[in-house]
Design a protein around this ligand. Sequence first.
Ligand code: MD3
Ligand code: FE
Length: 212
Amino acid sequence: MQEDLFGANREESIGPGAMILRGFALDVGLLVGIAAVAAQAPFRHMLTPGGKQIGVEMTNCGAFGWVSDRRGYRYAPRDPLTDLPWPKMPDLFLSLATRAAQQAGFSGFRPDACLINRYAPGVKMGLHQDRDEAGFDAPIVSVSLGLPATFQFGGTDRRDPVARHTLQHGDVVVWGGVSRLAWHGILTLKPGQHPETGATRLNLTFRQAGYR
Ligand code: MD3
Ligand code: FE
């Protein structure tokens, strides 16, 4: 069990198969990797199938990237902005995600997609399920950086009660088992300044999209 300087438990189970690893991504140098990815595949506002701009800015790395446009949500091997393959997933990202999954009890996690979300104050992500992947056996690993956010975490039924958790810079969450299909979202980001990211929250989600 990982403990902090004061001996407190830094792993919190927040549901069946769902675990927060507080501070797991500190001092790993992820921000440099994100900057390198964004230099090749810039952050952009994607469109919903209804034609509205998504408030969160997104980019991807890995073999597949999550994209949304008027044709729907899907994973694609190329960046629609440049028609180039998405940037390679940095080794640092891959090893962090695999170690986090392992720590939470999921061995053999091999993400082939990493969606990078960028939030400015005032931006939120409404309650949704992640169901665009080819299968749901593998967990999802998420990493929070920069400004803190309030995360909403419900059950597999839209009407299930929703719990709230604050996610801080360096926190990693692993979502497996029945929590893999839980409804979740991010409340409107509050204004603030973070020493490493400024007025920004970044979130990485590692997935086995599984498309071939
Ligand atoms: C629970 N991102 O990209 S991370 C997403 O902070 C997404 O940007 C949020 O939801 C963010 O799809 C939340 C936490 C998270 C990610 C994936 C999950 C929670 C999840 C998948 C299943 C259940
Ligand atoms: Fe999600």
